[in-house]
Design a binder for this molecule. Structure first.
Ligand code: MN
Length: 312
């Protein structure tokens, strides 16, 4: 079938955008390190339902590998304004039957990347991935702000006895001593949260910017809630985006954010604070429609790498 990749001589998708491959995280020298994981702590009812997400997003980005130095109009210049400063470390060898090992692999990989002074960019995989990622930021003498962009608030204490699954991510984050602030953008519809979960989050000090407010008033208040100079970890669940542009999610909910709203939010944060890490989760290949969601995920991920390449 004819494609942009065939037209322009894109790569094979082995690495995202044809980025250099990193094979040893303990020696990596880069501004940002992309790493994939098919899952982490699955609920038995659904397993690794986002498996293949990193591969699908890399494949969607392959068409642009040959044009990496071209103008990216979303960024006002090439993705990398100077030399290419991001690398792709491939996927962790996750195993649906080994959640303890999965968490240890994510914790270990993110720790190595942080030890090298680089920004981890973790792509999934379901929304249980960020829990060990966020733990890896502990004991570094710093405190962090989380900007969660998600249709769901993920404040359940447990689901079916599992406390480290995808519906508990922000509650677990709130229990980490190095997480001092959480801003949650994009909530809408009905999800896992009970009224009492929302109250617990408010009592902790979470600031919510629901999707309805973003639709009416944009992302300005969300950016304002991020303190100047903060170290920010961005936790992006792609179901924050409207399903008309991001159908590849397990629960499509109308009223979601646009591509521009998400990108302007992330770029706005980078102008006043430092993005210290990014995760992008919940891309579900089997729910995609003609590659629409994978294309958006690849475009957004490229733009995020561009934002990271432009921060000090
Ligand atoms: Mn979600």
């Amino acid at each position: 079938m004819a494609s942009l990749g065939a037209m322009f001589g894109g790569g094979d998708g082995e690495t995202f955008l044809g980025l250099p491959r990193c094979r040893d995280l303990s020696r990596v020298q880069a501004g940002a390190v992309l790493i994939g994981a098919d899952g982490c702590t699955p609920y038995p009812s659904v397993g690794f339902y986002c498996a293949g997400g990193p591969r699908a997003i890399r494949a969607a980005g392959a068409a642009y590998a040959a044009n990496l130095g071209h103008m990216n109009f979303d960024l006002g210049g090439p993705v990398f304004p100077g030399r290419v400063t991001a690398v792709d470390a491939g996927d962790l060898p996750q195993d649906e039957a080994d959640p303890v090992g999965n968490r240890a692999r994510i914790f270990g990989a993110v720790s190595l990347i942080l030890d090298r002074g680089a920004v981890p960019v973790l792509i999934g995989g379901d929304d249980s991935l960020p829990i060990p990622m966020l733990e890896a930021y502990g004991a570094r003498g710093k405190t962090f702000t989380i900007l969660q962009i998600d249709a769901h608030i993920d404040w359940r204490d447990e689901v079916g006895g599992e406390r480290l699954g995808l519906s508990s991510t922000m509650r677990r984050a709130s229990e980490m001593g190095h997480i001092e602030r959480i801003v949650q953008v994009g909530s809408r519809g009905t999800g896992s949260a009970r009224v009492s979960d929302v109250q617990d989050a408010l009592d902790w000090g979470v600031s919510f910017v629901p999707a309805g407010e973003v639709a009416r008033s944009g992302v300005g208040r969300a950016v304002d809630l991020i303190p100047a100079g903060a170290e920010v970890i961005i936790c992006l669940d792609v179901d924050a985006l409207d399903p008309s542009v991001m159908p590849a999610v397990i629960g499509r909910t109308a009223g979601g954010l646009s591509y521009w709203q998400v990108l302007e939010l992330i770029a706005g944060v980078s102008e006043k604070a430092r993005i210290a890490g990014v995760d992008m989760v919940e891309f579900m290949p089997s729910r995609d429609v003609d590659g629409l969601g994978a294309g958006l995920a690849a475009q957004l991920l490229a733009a995020v790498l561009g934002v990271l390449a432009r921060q000090g």
